[in-house]
Design a protein around this ligand. Structure first.
Ligand SMILES: [Zn+2]
Length: 362
C-alpha cells in the first residue's frame, strides 16, 4: 500500500509538471556546422584576408562585420539570437564563460551528429555519411505516434542524406527535401513554384541547395499544416565554410538568424502557436579554430566537438547567455524536444540521453 501511494505521488508529480508546462508545439531548427565562436563572438577578423577567408576587400568586410566588442559583433551576425533569445530565452555553449555543449560521438561530422541529436544516441556504429537507413528511432518519429501529435509532425530539410538519417519510410511523418528520398518516404507537399525553383537552384553544391527554399517551404508548412512538432534544417553554413568563403558563411548564418526571427513572428501571429511554442536552435558539429582549421571539422579536429544550443519559449527561464553551466551533450537534444511538450522520449528509446536540466522550469 505504501508502495502504491509513493507510486501515485510520483505519477502526480510527473503529470502536474507536464500540465503546468505551457509548450504545446516544438520546433527544432538547425544550421549545419556553424561554430560557437561566431555565435558568441561574431566575425573573426583574422579571416578577413584572401588567404584565410577568400575575402578580396578586407576594408569592406571590416566595415560590414567588425566592431570592437564581441557583444556588438555577434549582434551583426545573429541579431534575433542576441536581441530576442538573449532577453527571453537561453544560449549555451560560450566556452569563454565556462558553458560547454559537446558532440559526444567522437566523429564531429554530419550523419553521426544529426543521428546524435535527433535520436539521443551517440552511436559508434555510425561512421560515415553514406545513405543508409538509420536504425535508431528519432524523436519526431516518436512524437508522431503520440496522442495529439499523430499527423501533426513534419520536417523540411536541405542536406540530401537527412531522409535516410530520419528513416523516412519507417518514420512516416511528411518530409520536404529538394533531393531524392528512400522509397516509402511520405513527401511533404509545398507549392509547385518552390519545388521548381529549388530544382533549378542546384548550381552551387551537389547535395545542398540555397537555404532560401528551406525557409519558403518551412513557412508554407507552418501556415497550412500547422505541425505541433517540426524539424527544420539549414545547410549553407557548412558548405561555405568548407569552400573557405568566410563572408558567405557569415551571411548564411545571418540569414539563418533572420529566418528564426521571421518564424517566431509568424507563430506568435497564429492562435494555434501564440505563447505555446518553443524553439530549440542548434547545430550538428563545430569546426576547427581560426585562421585555417575553421574550414574543417572531424575526429582529427578536436575543437570541432564544441558547439552551441539555444532555446526560446514560454517554459524556458530567461537566463540569456549562460555561464558556468554543467557540461551538456548534443545527445540530450532529442529528449529535450519531447520534454518540452510533456512527452518522455526515454520510455520509447531507453538508450537516449536525458533532457537538459535548466532549459525549462523543473
Ligand atoms: Zn561539413
Amino acid at each position: 500500500m505504501k508502495f502504491l501511494w509513493s507510486l501515485l505521488a510520483v505519477f502526480m508529480a510527473l503529470s502536474s509538471s507536464a500540465a503546468e508546462r505551457k509548450t504545446r508545439n516544438v520546433f527544432l531548427i538547425t544550421t549545419d556546422g556553424l561554430r560557437w565562436e561566431e555565435v558568441f563572438n561574431g566575425a573573426d577578423q583574422t579571416m578577413f584576408t584572401r588567404e584565410y577567408g577568400n575575402i578580396s576587400n578586407p576594408t569592406n568586410a571590416r566595415a560590414a562585420w567588425w566592431r570592437e566588442s564581441a557583444e556588438e559583433r555577434r549582434k551583426i551576425v545573429m541579431p534575433f539570437l542576441w536581441n530576442e533569445v538573449a532577453a527571453k530565452g537561453q544560449l549555451w555553449g560560450n566556452r569563454q564563460k565556462k558553458s560547454e555543449v559537446r558532440v559526444s560521438n567522437g566523429r564531429n561530422f554530419s550523419y553521426p551528429g544529426y543521428n546524435e541529436f535527433l535520436t539521443g544516441i551517440a552511436d559508434p556504429k555510425i561512421d560515415s555519411n553514406d545513405k543508409k537507413l538509420n536504425w535508431n528511432t528519432n524523436v519526431f518519429e516518436f512524437l508522431n505516434t503520440q496522442p495529439g501529435f499523430q499527423g501533426r509532425v513534419a520536417a523540411v530539410i536541405n542536406w540530401d542524406v537527412l531522409p535516410w538519417i530520419l528513416n523516412g519510410p519507417r518514420a512516416q511523418f511528411p518530409i520536404w527535401t529538394p533531393f531524392d528520398a528512400p522509397e516509402g518516404t511520405v513527401r511533404l507537399e509545398v507549392p509547385e513554384l518552390i519545388n521548381d525553383m529549388a530544382e533549378r537552384s542546384k548550381t552551387v553544391w551537389a547535395n545542398v541547395i540555397l537555404d532560401t527554399f528551406i525557409s519558403a517551404a518551412a513557412k508554407h508548412t507552418v501556415k497550412t499544416m500547422k505541425p505541433r512538432a517540426m524539424y527544420i534544417q539549414f545547410g549553407e553554413t557548412d558548405d561555405w565554410a568548407h569552400d573557405g568563403a568566410y563572408e558567405r558563411y557569415l551571411k548564411s548564418a545571418r540569414e539563418f538568424d533572420r529566418f528564426i526571427g521571421e518564424l517566431w513572428a509568424l507563430v506568435q501571429s497564429m492562435p494555434e502557436y501564440r505563447d505555446s511554442t518553443t524553439f530549440i536552435i542548434t547545430t550538428d558539429h563545430g569546426r576547427g579554430p581560426a585562421p585555417v582549421a575553421w574550414k574543417n571539422h572531424g575526429a582529427n579536429v578536436a575543437d570541432s566537438a564544441y558547439m552551441w544550443l539555444a532555446a526560446l519559449g514560454p517554459d524556458t527561464p530567461p537566463h540569456g547567455e549562460r555561464s558556468e553551466t554543467p557540461p551538456i551533450t548534443q545527445s540530450q537534444t532529442a529528449a529535450t524536444v519531447a520534454a518540452f511538450v510533456g512527452q518522455n522520449f526515454l520510455a520509447a528509446s531507453p538508450k537516449s540521453s536525458p533532457p537538459i536540466q535548466g532549459l525549462f522550469v523543473p
